[in-house]
Design a protein around this ligand. Structure first.
Ligand code: NAD
Length: 469
């Protein structure tokens, strides 16, 4: 009853959980004529996460880095069903998914369970708070579109409150101190973008305050950006020094309080630092749905950080009549896995139809054959089907690393690019232009490319918009 999914009983059903990097890349490549395809995600769009820090400071408009999932599915060979809902339970034994509509507006039905033949599990991750007191309640995250919008609004609120007539100078310094937690790519890019906003726009809009805005980056490890080569780490540190962004390494955030952050310094002393805003970029962890699912597959779990997968594991899972998984939160890996899985699903559909044809041919009794010629033809076809079946040998997944790129502010970026004879590490303004063109070409559609390029041009000409939403 009600809105029916495009269902063909002759075809197997693929349920895709998520609309992020993995799911979107899969949907782009998947031949939907092979399957009934249902996509379930609480967001009805794909978010280009690498450019999220740019939205947080108004360099880009939030609309420019999202793409409705239906923009992709509407061009597919067979209709795909897109459901805006959150999966709440996966039953890998009975092969069902339960999902519910978690949005503000709900109809008479807001939860249901469907069956699948294959489940593509691409739900991504959530923010890791390590249960540090105050983080969940008081820190700004940098994970979803709403986080970037909230950060922009709160940052401008700090600036406007500091500009309030007669504001206490100590309070001005507190309000204008921004603390970024986490020296991974997210924390670094965000600090760089905040600095640009300050240099390019706030200096002229709020000349009396600009010199007092401070950015501090806190990192628990001995260095920032551990995934980059040593010279690029040093280059980032010196660029930050010039930009007056303080980096505190070997320093851990212990608590986020109202108006301050509690730090454990390298010498283990505790220091409470007043600040206007704490931005939490301290990494991600698996979702509760993922943890629940791991608990249901104890024999398949060999690690505790995520669902165990490897190049062959999917075959193993299929053999045990469960389903296959796709799980990675790192954008390029998830993206390559998505495309890989789409190809595998196509091979499997072909395998199924050939196997069905073979059993048809084998079941046909020789006495049914009307003539000697027909019988020969059947034998020929059987041999041909067998040959085609033998040719289908799905290969395991291999990640091809294209390099690491990050924007570090002041129109500079860093890049570690793997070449045949070693690694090529580069940083600076030319790398920034490369960063921009690489991100533009990675954006999934011409529409998004145009929007992002136009935003960059608008900011160059008119500056960023400092009005609060
Ligand atoms: P991350 O996990 O890479 O970095 C988080 C950092 O926070 C770690 O270095 C950790 O030591 C630190 N940290 C954790 N708890 C802390 C505490 N209490 N106090 C101080 N420091 C603390 O997280 P990310 O930067 O959000 O990146 C997530 C993933 O996305 C990574 O795989 C990353 O490579 C990828 N990513 C890549 C890019 C890019 O390539 N440009 C951009 C964004 C994200």
């Amino acid at each position: 009853p009600g809105a029916q999914l495009p269902f063909d009983p002759e075809k197997k059903t693929v349920v895709v959980l998520g609309s992020g990097w993995g799911a979107t890349s899969l949907l782009k490549t998947l031949d939907t004529s092979d399957y009934n395809v249902v996509v379930i995600s609480p967001k009805n769009f794909f978010l280009f996460t690498p450019l999220l820090p740019s939205v947080a400071v108004g360099t880009l408009s939030s609309r420019s880095i999202i793409q409705p999932t239906r923009y992709i599915t509407r061009h597919k060979a067979r209709q795909v069903s897109v459901v805006e809902a959150e999966a709440t339970d996966v039953d890998p034994i009975n092969k069902t998914v339960t999902f519910k509509d978690n949005s503000g507006i709900r109809g008479s039905v807001s939860a249901t369970t469907i069956s699948y033949d294959y489940l593509v599990y691409a739900v991504g991750a959530e923010v890791q708070t390590f249960n540090i007191p105050g983080v969940q309640e008081r820190a700004c995250f940098m994970k979803e579109l709403a986080d970037a919008e909230r950060l922009k609004s709160e940052f401008m609120d700090c600036v406007e409150t500091a500009a309030f007539p007669g504001q206490d100078p100590k309070e001005i310094d507190r309000l204008l101190h921004m603390v970024v937690v986490g020296g991974g790519p997210t924390g670094i890019e965000l600090s760089g973008e905040l600095h640009d906003f300050l240099e390019d726009d706030l200096k002229s809009w709020y000349p009396e305050l600009a010199g007092r805005i401070r950015i501090t980056l806190v990192e628990a490890l001995p260095s920032v950006l551990p995934m980059f080569s040593k010279q690029l780490i040093e280059y980032t540190e010196s660029t930050f020094k010039e930009s007056k962004i303080d980096i505190l390494t070997k320093t851990m955030v212990k608590e986020v309080k109202e108006g301050s952050v509690v730090l454990q310094m390298p010498d283990k002393t505790i220091k409470e630092v007043p600040c206007g805003l704490v931005i939490w970029a301290a990494g991600n962890k698996g979702r509760k749905l993922t943890q629940d699912l791991m608990a249901k597959l104890p024999n398949d779990q060999t690690n505790r950080r995520g669902i165990t997968v490897d190049g062959y594991r999917w075959q193993h899972l299929r053999h045990r009549r469960l389903h296959r998984y796709l799980l990675c939160t790192h954008c390029p890996v998830a993206s390559q896995q998505g495309a890989y899985l789409a190809r595998i699903l196509h091979q499997m559909a072909k395998q199924d139809s050939l196997a069905a044809r073979l059993s048809e041919l084998e079941a046909a009794k020789s006495e049914d054959a009307p003539a000697h010629v027909t019988e020969t033809k059947k034998v020929d076809e059987k041999e041909d089907v067998k040959r085609q079946l033998a040719k289908i040998k799905p290969r395991p997944f291999h990640y091809s690393h294209q390099g690491s790129l990050a924007y570090i502010g002041s129109d500079k970026a860093i890049a570690d690019l793997p070449l045949k004879n070693g690694n090529f590490a580069t940083g600076g303004v030319a790398t920034f232009l490369f960063w921009r063109s690489a991100y533009l070409s990675t954006l999934f559609s011409l529409r998004n490319r145009t929007l992002v390029a136009t935003d960059w041009l608008k900011v160059k000409v008119f500056g960023r918009d400092v009005s609060r939403e």
